[in-house]
Write a protein that binds this ligand. Structure first.
Ligand SMILES: C[S@@+](CC[C@H](N)C(=O)[O-])C[C@H]1O[C@@H](n2cnc3c(N)ncnc32)[C@H](O)[C@@H]1O
Length: 398
């Protein structure tokens, strides 16, 4: 692609429905001017949405070579003098045709326009820069490009690290950060957090990923070894059994199953963690306890009963966090198109002076809500009571 004559390239004919849904039905590549430099912008068309990525000329060429054939079957490249078309059959056999533009074509062809486009979305973990854990997990190529079929995961990771950065920005900026990830599983997000904190934010950290599954823990420790990562370890343990070696600043629980989220929140509150981030997963506790007669308009439909129970559980979790000294927000974690498990409960521990004059309205609201639904105590409440963090005294103060 010569800068002077390149007009555009189009990748089309996605090789599968997955490509269509995650990478797009087509990608248009065109030169754009960003900060006075020519970049090559890839516009992915996914349903009614567009997603943009920018590359240098060499990376753009590499990216096109990665995508053509296996991901998109057709490529056309338009320059001011000719049009090149490459078509791949299902069997992966490519046919190239080249057409020199006539004078008439040239007259009607667009001039090579380099559009100024400085407002691109910048990911905290960018596409185009090799990130060892993403290469190791197959999300990026060795050259640092996100593998097309993993783009969804890549965006999720970036969305997630934005939440982490937002929390870290609210904590003292000179402090060593001890981060515990409960139910870390394959740990994409644990490694992403470690990368963000150590490489992007240049912070000193101790990170621990916990999971009761010894096999996933062993795989994660193997990755740590292979990548020679510092200050990150994984331990096979149940959430409730882990004893941290020092003060925990950030406690994370992502998609931990059912009431494991409650166990993680309760333990983190007990440790007085500065920040708690919880993305709940499947929730069955309240659905089983909520008498259908209590809210028949909802409960006569199974799916509504389930969803209402999940929402009510998360509302109670957020409320209880407020009750035990955390400023709490419930936010959309990632787009609902990716997963229905998309609520993030974020608690930031109030300062000691704020904690000295707690806002009693949260407890009143909690009691009223529990009464309305005729609820027995749920797991988080029971755990907080067991740890002496929610006391009868609190109720008496009403
Ligand atoms: C759905 S995976 C989520 C993995 C990862 N956090 C993520 O979001 O990609 C849930 C993980 O939580 C772990 N888990 C569930 N309950 C747990 C408990 N009580 N103690 C430790 N790990 C638990 C499971 O073994 C599983 O690996």
């Amino acid at each position: 692609m010569q800068n002077a004559s390149f007009l555009k390239a189009v990748l089309s004919k996605p090789a599968s429905k997955t490509v269509q849904a995650e990478v797009g039905t087509r990608i248009d590549v065109r030169p754009v001017l960003i900060k006075q430099q020519t970049s090559y912008q890839f516009t992915h068309r996914i349903g009614t949405q567009e997603r943009h990525e920018n590359f240098t000329i060499n990376s753009a060429a590499e990216r096109i070579l990665e995508l053509v054939g296996g991901v998109f079957r057709d490529l056309s490249v338009h320059t001011t003098t000719e049009q090149l078309t490459v078509r791949f059959s299902r069997k992966g056999v490519g046919t190239t045709t080249r057409r020199t533009l006539t004078q008439a074509d040239k007259k009607s062809a667009a001039k090579p326009v380099v559009k100024s486009h400085d407002k691109q979305r910048q990911y905290l973990i960018p596409d185009g820069t090799p990130v060892p854990f993403l290469i190791q997990t197959g999300i990026m190529s060795k050259q640092g490009h996100v593998v097309a079929k993993h783009y969804k995961k890549f965006r999720q990771i970036n969305r997630y690290v934005e939440f982490i950065k937002d929390v870290v920005d609210q904590l003292p900026d000179d402090q060593h950060l001890h981060v515990v990830d409960f139910g870390c599983g394959k740990s994409y997000l644990t490694f992403a957090t470690h990368y963000l904190l150590t490489q992007t934010m240049n912070r000193s950290v101790t990170m621990v990923g916990l999971d009761r599954r010894a096999d996933v823990v062993s795989t994660c420790n193997q990755i740590v070894k292979e990548l020679a990562l510092q200050d990150i370890t994984f331990e096979a343990t149940d959430i409730a059994d882990y004893k941290p070696s020092s003060k925990v600043n950030i406690a994370v629980s992502l998609h931990a199953c059912d009431t494991a989220t409650d166990d993680a929140i309760a333990v983190a509150v007990q440790w007085q963690a500065d920040a708690i981030l919880a993305v709940p997963c499947c929730q069955h506790e309240l659905a089983a306890l909520l008498p259908p007669s209590q809210l028949p308009v909802i409960s006569e439909h199974g799916i509504l009963h389930e969803r209402f129970s999940s929402l009510a559980t998360d509302a109670i979790r957020a409320n209880l966090l407020e009750n035990v000294g955390y400023n709490t927000r419930v936010m959309e974690f990632i787009d609902t198109e990716h997963t229905p498990k998309n609520l993030l409960i974020r608690g930031i521990r109030r300062t000691s002076s704020q904690r000295d004059s707690p806002d009693r309205q949260y407890w009143r609201h909690f009691k009223a809500f529990s009464k309305q639904l005729a609820l027995p105590p749920l797991r988080l409440q029971k755990k907080l009571e067991e740890y002496g963090l929610l006391t009868a005294e609190q109720a008496e103060n009403e």
